[in-house]
Design a protein around this ligand. Structure first.
Ligand code: UGC
Ligand code: NI
Length: 173
């Protein structure tokens, strides 16, 4: 089963969380004597459940072998998780709606445009970070604290066919 990779848009990502970009701010206004524009309140941080706290980390990721197989998915039941690229790089996203278990038929795959980050809402199934170039750095905003904030599940083959991403996208004839 090959998953089609769609361009990431706020509308397409509604069921999974927020797209973080200057285009998705609830409002924007000038600050700092007009030298800066604040793109305000783009996304939230959900980290307080069970005494958690929001933290900022950096992930430095490297590409996985092609074809990219989707052999597992994970979720964070106690908090959201945001990824913001630090070098203007594109990256891949694979998600499924928050539910007991991710269904293969509910998987959606996206590619960002280099000016977008994302927030996964609490409990949204996602594949761990999928980068497109070596030493790819991302600012991560998620939850630290008590309790288990990571559930992982294996994604089986569909009729014996592994689930993989249609990436690099095949040129349409
Ligand atoms: N495990 C971990 O910190 N990373 C994942 O949560 C991920 O989504 O990449
Ligand atoms: Ni995660």
């Amino acid at each position: 089963m090959k998953l089609t990779v769609e361009p990431l848009t706020p509308e397409a990502f509604t069921d999974f969380g927020d797209v973080i970009s200057t285009e998705t701010a609830r409002e924007s206004f000038g600050i700092n004597q007009g030298t800066t524009t604040r793109y305000h309140d783009i996304s939230g941080i959900d980290a307080s459940e069970e005494g958690g706290r929001p933290i900022i980390s950096i992930f430095q990721g490297n590409p996985r072998p092609l074809p990219i197989r989707i052999a597992m998915m994970e979720r964070h039941p106690l908090g959201s998780q945001a990824f913001v690229p630090m070098q203007g790089q594109k990256f891949l996203i694979v998600v499924a709606p928050a539910s007991d278990l991710p269904k293969a038929g509910d998987l959606r795959a996206f590619v960002t445009n280099g000016k977008q980050g994302i927030t996964y809402d609490k409990g949204v199934w996602h594949h761990p970070l999928l980068v497109l170039e070596p030493d790819s750095e991302f600012l991560i905003i998620d939850r630290a604290g008590p309790g288990n904030n990571l559930n992982e599940v294996k994604m089986g083959d569909i009729d014996g066919v592994p689930i993989s991403l249609d990436w690099p996208r095949r040129k349409t004839a």
